[in-house]
Design a protein around this ligand. Structure first.
Ligand SMILES: Nc1nc2c(c(=O)[nH]1)N[C@H]1C(S)=C(S)[C@@H](COP(=O)(O)OP(=O)(O)OC[C@H]3O[C@@H](n4cnc5c(=O)[nH]c(N)nc54)[C@H](O)[C@@H]3O)O[C@H]1N2
Ligand SMILES: Nc1nc2c(c(=O)[nH]1)N[C@H]1C(S)=C(S)[C@@H](COP(=O)(O)OP(=O)(O)OC[C@H]3O[C@@H](n4cnc5c(=O)[nH]c(N)nc54)[C@H](O)[C@@H]3O)O[C@H]1N2
Ligand SMILES: [Mo]
Length: 766
């Protein structure tokens, strides 16, 4: 038995300031500056020729899908630039020429590496050979692939129950890899399949399933082009879904109106210069939002109730404001909703929302006069205690307007990771789907488990309590992405084995179980050839379209493997040929995986052929106004309650948001250009009146504390930046602030951590 040591690893890296320069928020997004930034990042990381070749293939018919967000690609993509600045940064990040392997890890211990910041860790480059961290060591050392698979198999065989293993997925994965992974977990005997959706759009899945019968959005890209009104709620598309701005611009050109609902006036929504057109690059740009409602953090429910009340009042005068025909034919709960709305008075709702009445009236007018309405939303809505109810309120608006299941109208939860929706579709979920289980029995010939597994927060708790001992991650940076960094770190360190299938180094490779494995894999832009045949992968966009993706770059090293092959070989080693599925062959020819997906997953059909070109749409009941999967066969209006924050007088609500130079926990750079922040991430945005009350001045340094259930959590050292943000609200970047999010406080029903409304106090550092 090897002696076990306790490793002294840092969860933050050495905390240091990097030299903040404040320039004030920008008025315009994208444009020439966006193009310049794109080229600067890619040339530096990838070299000029490789950059130009790959950028021209990104999102094109026969190319690879952008590894950044899940925004769909138009049928006729722009030949110049069907990518955005941040997509190009994602590409540069994975296709970097910096590499690390055995020599590097022999020189640097995990303890030493952990003192680097997340930005510095990511810069080290691609991991190019499998590595193991043994229980008695602080240095990773090379391991052969076969030994790595044997080690995992052995640990899995040692477990008393299959539920002691957990299989996490980040939404970067392909349908093929995710399917194999989900099926391996089930064949092994567990539904412990938490994924990044649990921290992301789980609330949307729950709210939409309960109201409309499917946990996905209903609109297609063309619906946005022709919509009369689009609400963009709790989302920052200029940074996180930049190609969406082209769709919003198109909508406006067709006469549509855009309403932004957000505590911050995010730059992308204020003005946008389309990099796909010459006039866009050189002209003055296009204002995107016609109305901006600066709602207070997590006061969307009072705001939506106020809008609903006003629409109902207008309808009482002029009965064609609501779509009564649609309501009578398809909707449940109309009378109850009206009765409930009567309980609230308009003035107190407005006060809570913190938005001027005349602006709300402008929005109500637009909604009253039009019926082709789309609501888009993202993390500003999904990461609160009452996230599910907030989404349901916006669905109420759509249902009363009949703006569901017809062209140019519907729901648009804007997904995050580029294939998070596809991973879910093909079976990455902790709950049990009876339909899928039946198909597994029928076509894969094994009995899948029937007991629900752990989601993300339950997984952390189980590892903390030592009920789970093996933790495998298909992508992601779990320790930094999850809430309550310290608690999550303890949970991981309690495991016997943690396995990370990754492209680049991150803190989850340093904060590990007793034994840790690092299995390096291909990025999406890399060419995947097996036995002389070029393989492709498939992904599903935010609007439910399945499309193929073919990499073109030479892989970072000959010693790395693709995700499907890694999973297939692991399963092959674990079962030793003693299983109904031919795991080995599946990892060699992905068309075989797609055949199984077609046979077992609802909606997938002839994917090998249909995914070619621009792909095919999966069926979606809402598009057909088919609500038969709901209890009464009807869409459901919802009655919600007002959020109760129960703030102490000295507490603020803090939202943890993304800067322009990051992809989740991957930090590309230190600027948040649109918000005027340069060369620093440790900033906290505050309302100037709040600063006066707290005796704080610009550039003061503060600690942030949260206090839940008597436990004080602290994130140290943030520079105060005065900003236009509602009074009582603050913003700071994640993952630096994840320390503050209590692991046991999450959204009702969806269990998504409350990353956008954390109660905090500020303490000035003397
Ligand atoms: N470049 C880049 N692209 C990305 C990502 C990335 O990190 N970088 N991440 C990907 C992923 S996984 C995801 S999930 C998406 C995330 O995309 P977003 O959801 O746009 O990301 P956040 O930065 O979390 O932004 C949340 C927005 O909600 C607003 N907000 C916060 N609280 C509230 C509220 O209570 N009400 C309302 N109405 N608004 C609120 C904030 O001001 C902010 O504008 O982006 C994806 N795309
Ligand atoms: N406070 C706070 N916390 C949050 C959020 C928030 O808004 N606020 N947002 C939440 C959300 S929406 C999400 S989705 C999660 C994100 O959580 P995760 O999905 O866990 O995190 P990522 O940062 O996307 O993971 C990045 C790592 O994935 C690996 N990687 C990159 N590309 C590939 C690939 O192609 N294959 C494989 N196998 N690995 C790859 C790299 O090693 C990289 O370091 O974070 C959540 N956490
Ligand atoms: Mo996400």
């Amino acid at each position: 038995m090897e002696k076990e040591i306790k490793r002294n690893v840092s969860l933050t890296g050495d905390i240091k300031f990097t030299g903040l320069r404040l320039k004030g928020p920008m008025q315009t997004s994208a444009g020439l500056l966006g193009v310049r930034e794109t080229l600067r990042h890619t040339f530096k990381e990838m070299g000029i020729l490789r950059s130009m070749r790959s950028l021209l293939e990104m999102n094109q018919e026969d190319g690879f899908r952008c590894p950044s967000c899940a925004w769909p690609v138009p049928e006729h993509p722009s030949k110049i630039a069907e990518y955005c600045e941040n997509g190009a940064k994602a590409l540069a990040d994975e296709a970097t020429r910096e590499h690390i392997g055995g020599d590097f890890f022999a020189k640097h211990s995990v303890e030493e590496l952990s003192r680097l910041s997340d930005f510095e860790l990511n810069k080290l480059g691609r991991i190019i050979e499998p590595m193991v961290l043994k229980p008695n060591s602080v240095h990773y050392e090379p391991i052969t692939w076969q030994d790595a698979f044997e080690l995992i198999s052995e640990e899995l065989h040692k477990l008393k129950k299959p539920n002691e293993a957990i299989f996490y997925t980040s939404g970067r994965s392909s349908n093929e890899a995710a399917y194999l992974y989900g099926m391996f977990a089930r064949a092994f005997g567990t539904n412990n399949l938490p994924d990044c959706s649990n921290m992301c759009h789980e609330s949307s899945g729950v709210a939409l399933s309960e109201t409309l019968g499917i946990g996905k959005g209903s609109v297609k890209l063309d619906d946005l082009y022709g919509a009369e009104v689009i609400l963009v709620v709790g989302q920052n598309p200029g940074t996180n879904h930049p190609r969406m701005l082209s769709a919003l611009e198109k909508c406006k050109k067709n006469g549509g109106k855009i309403i932004s609902i957000n505590p911050l006036a995010e730059t992308g929504l204020v003005n946008f210069k389309n990099p796909q057109s010459i006039s866009g690059m050189l002209g003055n740009g296009q204002p995107i939002a016609d109305v901006h409602l600066a709602v207070k953090i997590n006061e969307d429910i009072p705001l939506a109730k106020l809008i609903l009340k006003k629409l109902v009042a207008l309808d009482a005068k002029n009965s064609n404001v609501l779509d009564h025909e649609f309501i009578v034919e398809y909707v449940d709960g109309y009378d109850d909703l009206l009765k409930d709305l009567d309980r609230y008075d308009m003035e107190s709702l407005q006060k809570r929302a913190g938005v001027y009445m005349r602006k709300i009236d402008k929005v109500v007018e637009l909604l009253a006069e039009n019926s082709k309405i789309v609501v888009c939303w993202a993390m500003g809505i999904t990461q609160h205690k009452n996230a599910v109810e907030s989404i349901k309120e916006y669905v109420n608006i759509l249902l009363l307007k009949g703006a569901v299941g017809k062209p140019f109208a519907g729901t648009c939860p804007v997904r995050g990771h580029s294939n998070v929706q596809g991973d879910r579709s093909v079976g990455i979920m902790h709950y049990v789907s009876k339909g899928l289980n039946q198909k597994i029995q029928e076509h894969l010939n094994f009995d899948p488990p029937t007991e629900q597994g752990y989601d993300t927060v339950e997984a952390i708790k189980a590892m903390h309590e030592k009920k789970a001992k093996v933790f495998i991650c298909l992508g992601g940076n779990f320790v930094m992405a999850a809430s309550d960094t310290r608690f999550t770190a303890e949970a991981l360190q309690n495991c016997d084995l943690t396995v990370q299938i990754s492209t680049k180094l991150n803190r989850s490779h340093l904060v590990t179980g007793k034994t840790a494995l690092l299995l390096p894999t291909f990025g999406r832009s890399e060419k995947d050839e097996k036995n002389g045949a070029l393989q492709f992968l498939t992904m599903e966009s935010s609007t439910g379209k399945v499309r193929q993706s073919k990499g073109l770059l030479k892989p970072a090293s000959e010693h790395i493997k693709s995700e499907p092959e890694i999973i297939a070989l692991l399963a092959h080693t674990y079962f030793r040929g003693n299983h109904s599925m031919d795991w080995f062959s599946l990892g060699q020819d992905y068309s075989l995986i797609r055949n199984l997906i077609d046979k077992t997953v609802k909606g997938f059909k002839n994917t090998n052929e249909q995914s070619k070109g621009f792909g095919y749409y999966l069926p979606n009941n809402v598009r057909e106004r088919d609500f038969r999967m709901l209890p009464n066969g009807r869409a459901q209006l919802s009655i919600t309650s007002l959020p109760d924050h129960n703030l102490n007088p000295d507490e603020f609500l803090l939202m943890t948001i993304r800067s322009h130079d990051q992809f989740n926990t991957t930090i590309y750079g230190l600027n948040d250009r649109y918000r005027g922040i340069h060369n620093e991430r440790r900033v906290v945005f505050m309302n100037e009146e709040d600063m006066v009350e707290k005796h704080l001045t610009k550039l003061d340094v503060v600690h942030l504390h949260s206090n839940y259930d008597g436990i004080q959590r602290t994130a140290e050292k943030f520079i105060v930046v005065p900003y236009e943000i509602p009074k009582g609200n603050m913003a700071a970047y994640f993952p630096e602030t994840n320390m503050l999010v209590p692991h046991n406080h999450f959204a009702d029903k969806s269990q998504t951590p409350i990353s956008k409304s954390i109660k905090v106090t500020v303490e000035k550092v003397s």
